[in-house]
Design a protein. Sequence first.
Length: 194
Amino acid sequence: MTTQPGHYPQPTATPAGHAVPTDADRAQAARWLAALDELAEAKPTAVRVEDPTIPSHQDGPRIGTTPPVQQPGRPGMSQRAVDLNTTLISSSVVIGMTGAAATGVLWASGHANATVIGWICGCIVAAPAVIAIPILALKGLMKSAKEVVEAAPPVINQHYSGHVDQRSVHVHTKTRGGIVAVTRNELPELPPAN
């Protein structure tokens, strides 16, 4: 039998292993569907709460006083950090392209010297580092000094008024013994306070 492309012959018999549903099976399926429809009608699909103390979506989002919890994964970045990251990446691309172009021109012209190119590349890297290291060290020193000042306990001045008893209390100590020593402290009796 020849068939056209896209047209397949229709099967004439049920494939082996597949049961043909009978009228009783169809009746049972209809009863189950009717039972499901009854359950769906009996159970509401939405609940309306009329209690005014329970917030709803119309009241807007609830924002409490609980601080945010750190989420797993890479921490979020501030806008300043994102801007600085973008600046660093773009400036490194520009420096790399400029250095590659200058190196290509020198080699193409035949005046390239490996030592000179090494010194130029070393200066390009070292000069900003030589300038930046003292600036970063000073910045770190200022930041640590600020943290020390902020972490210092506050100065507390306490002022008292009234009579202050300035009598000194002398303790008389007697220690006696050879191998075993016994110390007895005798405090003088203080006169009663006025």
